[in-house]
Design a protein. Sequence first.
Length: 182
Amino acid sequence: MGTWGNGLLENDSALDLWEILVAARSEVGIQRAFEHVFQEYDRFERAVASGTNFATLSADEVEQRIAEAKATPGNDNKHWKEFEEVLRETYSEAIEWAGTREADQVLAAALILHALVTRSFLDRAWGAPSASRLIAFTPAEALLYKARAALKRIATNPAKRKESRGWTKRVARTLEALGTQE
């Protein structure tokens, strides 16, 4: 997709979550999609705690990642030869799973939940006919609790703090908007 920004649906991870949510066929499917986001971030944190958040890619996996990058729609990199060399060098060492995708999805999920609770559907995306089931969804307090708990943990995600200026403030604002009830 190649979308980056600080808004609600301005990165690939958040957009992927949005697509999953609007494609859900029932309230149960929407609930499961939200819960999956929080479970994946928990899985990342367990990997960090156990030291298993590093992976070494095989030569085939490196080539597959390069092929996927080349196949990305709209990717017109005119310097593929140099780019491939950089990727091969980067992937020759263990890669740290930084949890950035998972953190982006937690933040997006929390913001979407906030919009559902407050019925503030101001973004253009809410107007899409495909979002009607999602807009009708009313999150249970248990789901909001999971969102708040995950937000508290991702505020300190070091990879996101390096990657995105103001990450801690964005997460704190989202947590405040979602409410701090325990």
